[in-house]
Design a protein. Structure first.
Length: 135
């Protein structure tokens, strides 16, 4: 296995989890070690610890294939709109990292149209990170 997989093993990902990751995402073999490190660094940037990072990658290996610029735009949008506990949000719903900014913006705008204040929307999402899928 390549250096990229070794990078994941260094997070404490088990062989069994690695097999599952590779079954879900066979393209992982084509992702460079530097790109894996970059994705890990993005998670560290929002205060994810090793346990969070491991959970996010094991649960959502597609995250490793997302464009870093798209992830950083999502993080910036969330921070600009009052989301503060991104590490917990992403750990609670690792698939949240697959959203594009326009999807979150559409959700926020819909909830504002429903009469909610932005602070209430942030609380709503932070308390139930899957709510965006439900609306």
């Amino acid at each position: 296995m390549g250096e990229n997989v070794e990078e994941l093993f260094s997070l404490g990902i088990s062989e069994e989890d690695m097999k599952n990751i590779l079954e879900q995402n066979s393209n992982l073999f084509n992702i460079s070690s530097d790109l894996v490190k970059e994705k890990i660094d993005i998670l560290k940037y929002v205060n994810c610890d090793q346990r969070h990072i491991k959970n996010i990658i094991v649960s959502n290996p597609e995250y490793l294939e997302r464009e870093s610029s798209d992830i950083l735009k999502l993080i910036k949008y969330l921070k600009d709109n009052g989301f503060t506990l991104l590490n917990l949000l992403f750990d609670s719903n690792p698939y949240f990292l697959n959203y594009d900014v326009f999807e979150i913006r559409d959700y926020v705008n819909k909830r504002i149209d429903d009469g909610l204040e932005l602070d209430d929307i942030v609380d709503e999402v932070e308390n139930n990170p899957y709510i965006i899928d439900e609306v």
